[in-house]
Design a protein around this ligand. Structure first.
Ligand SMILES: NC(=O)c1ccc[n+]([C@@H]2O[C@H](COP(=O)([O-])OP(=O)(O)OC[C@H]3O[C@@H](n4cnc5c(N)ncnc54)[C@H](O)[C@@H]3O)[C@@H](O)[C@H]2O)c1
Length: 417
């Protein structure tokens, strides 16, 4: 089988998660790594070599790496998206034989940035993959397959609810709305909005078939705006939510219209960084006429119990669950988290598509549509109204809209005590 030799930019949390996923993918290997911070690049390189899925050679720059790989994956923080892509395009123009480029969510912090990413890829004639892992989750794909006869007989789903929640991110830049793009809506709302849209999509139609017609959303700072939690944030990450707060909770409804039948369907999303349970939870459910599904990733067939006397031995609870918050008591263990969340399948899809000279199932133009919906949700929360996406003036406004929270002016719209 032909192998896709991948070069990754950024060697942090998500790069490692993808590396774990690649142990389960036969058509892709990590040939190169370039990142700020030598220690993490060394760790990733050792992991790649020890597990035999590539050479994991560390390069000083994108320009140096680009001549030794077939495709490049952007796993850098959101603030570095555009500059990373500009360097990739530059390397391609100088002769690197790159086939494609992968970008982790979000494609940009706002529509202007996401559009710039799409334009840069087009200009350099690079095939694209937007990584939204939840659309590749096996439970999502399995419920679609299982309920296919019901959907054919009764019609598609009309309501879905999607949530991704945990206790808060692992690095300072995520908490800083000017660097990340906002709070939890920018960080995790993009997942729930995408999976909701996909879940409602009738069988066999493209992920953008349903037309988004309106967005109504709310953002709030509930836990991390309280004095003792603001102080913890300042102490741990140097981020001051008195001056530049971001939302730790968001919820909203997006209404879609089926262009063939006129049928209306609704997707609700809920995301928080103030989830006080064992660790990350993805929750999705959906209602069709006469049928339904439900997914809860905290339900695992494996549970372990750790009593107080031996709790000290469990220093690294994150081996059990992403963003784990407890290391004793009855704990849910997800023994194959990369697979549960869809990482191997999105990597396999991208490598097969690039090897065939095609865009992946979710190209960057799709990532741009998700960014538009996220920005429409911020606009709705900020302006306290339902945003009408069928209005061309609103569409124009979205092209340059930068939420106050992203501008570092969250104190004007979020309540802190
Ligand atoms: N799909 C998911 O569920 C998921 C989960 C986590 C993160 N992500 C996304 O992945 C991206 C990275 O997140 P992360 O959690 O790995 O962050 P991280 O902070 O853990 O890692 C970022 C890495 O990039 C390096 N870096 C920073 N600036 C750089 C630059 N200009 N050039 C090269 N390297 C640079 C850092 O040294 C670090 O190794 C983000 O866009 C995030 O939204 C997606």
């Amino acid at each position: 089988m032909e192998l896709m030799r991948l070069g990754v930019v950024g060697a942090g949390f998500v790069a490692k998660f993808h590396a774990r996923a690649l142990m389960q993918v036969s058509c892709m290997e990590i040939a190169g790594i370039t990142s700020q911070g030598a220690a993490r690049a060394e760790q990733l390189s050792a992991m790649v070599r020890q597990n035999g899925f590539g050479e994991g050679v560390i390069y000083p720059s994108i320009a140096d790496m680009a001549n030794h790989v077939d495709a490049i994956a952007i796993y850098t923080p959101n603030l570095a998206r555009v500059e990373t892509m500009e360097q990739i395009v530059d390397a391609k123009k100088r002769g690197a034989a790159l086939k494609g480029v992968i970008c982790e969510k979000p494609l940009g912090r706002n529509v202007e940035e996401a559009q710039r990413m799409v334009d840069l890829a087009r200009e350099a004639e690079l095939k694209t993959a937007y990584f939204e892992n939840q659309i590749f989750m096996k439970p999502i794909r399995a419920q679609l397959a299982q309920l296919e006869p019901q959907q054919r007989a009764m019609g598609p789903l009309v309501l879905t609810r999607s949530a991704e929640e945990h206790g808060g991110p692992h690095e300072a830049w995520f908490w800083d709305p000017t660097k990340q793009g906002g709070g939890v809506l920018s960080d995790m709302g993009c997942h729930s909005i995408a999976v909701g849209w996909y879940t409602l999509t009738p069988l066999g139609k493209s992920p953008t078939f349903l037309q988004p017609i309106s967005v109504s959303a709310d953002c709030a700072l509930l836990k991390w705006g309280l004095p003792q939690w603001r102080e913890k944030l300042l102490r741990d990450f140097g981020v001051d939510y008195t001056r530049t707060p971001a939302e730790d909770f968001t919820t909203g409804i997006i209404t879609y219209r089926n262009p063939d039948t006129g049928q209306i369907a609704k997707a609700q999303f809920t995301n928080s960084w103030m989830f006080e349970k064992q660790g990350l939870r993805l929750f999705m459910d959906g209602m069709g006429p006469g049928y339904a599904f439900e997914i809860n990733t905290l339900n695992s067939p494996l549970q372990v119990f750790i009593g107080d006397v031996c709790a000290e031995e469990t220093a690294n609870a994150e081996t059990a669950l992403e963003k784990a918050t407890a290391s004793r008591g009855l704990l849910a263990v997800q023994y194959n988290e990369p697979d549960l969340y869809g990482y191997p399948d999105e990597n396999e899809d991208a490598s097969k598509a690039f090897l065939e000279g095609k865009d992946a199932f979710l190209p960057w133009s799709y990532g741009l549509e998700i960014t538009k919906l996220v920005m429409a949700a911020y606009m709705s929360a900020q302006q306290r109204r339902t945003v009408d996406l069928t209005n061309s003036a609103v569409q124009r406004e979205l092209e340059t809209f930068v939420p106050l929270i992203q501008q570092g002016r969250g104190a004007e719209v979020l309540h802190t005590t």
